[in-house]
Design a protein around this ligand. Sequence first.
Ligand code: UDP
Ligand code: MG
Length: 151
Amino acid sequence: MSTTERTYIMIKPDGVQRGLVGKIIQRFEERGYKLIAMKLVQPTEQHLENHYADLKGKPFFPGLIKYMASGPVVAMVWQGLDAVKTGRAMLGATNPLQSPVGSIRGDFCLAVGRNICHGSDSVESAEKEIKLWFPEGVVQYTSALESWIFE
Ligand code: UDP
Ligand code: MG
């Protein structure tokens, strides 16, 4: 397991509108993950169709694209030990009603179609999503906390 594993985390339009940006970022910071890219963007439907390409054909796909294009999103890359799997655990289940209390979805939302955040589901999807959302690349820097977070 690598301390430089990266995951793509996105705060969806409802998370931005509801003022949850700071709280969601805080959870990743406090857990010990390192922020290596972040921007507020209004995504196009075409871009979102690429992002969710593997869901094309699902009955909820048109509604999902409309929801995701309804306002700006916060696109981020977080790096650290087991970032993909632990990132998903921090978000909770796809359906907020099945998300444990203490997870982001389990604490802040109720409906599957308004579940406020996205996280990559595998290291391979993370690499693909990071390239798609950050074609300009991520930021390399040394965190002063690293030796206090990792052995
Ligand atoms: N979604 C939905 N209805 C469903 C399943 C998914 O509206 O029955 C939405 C939901 O916002 C979810 C997104 O589509 O986050 C992507 O679905 P996926 O299965 O990839 O879930 P995730 O990886 O986000 O947990
Ligand atoms: Mg997914």
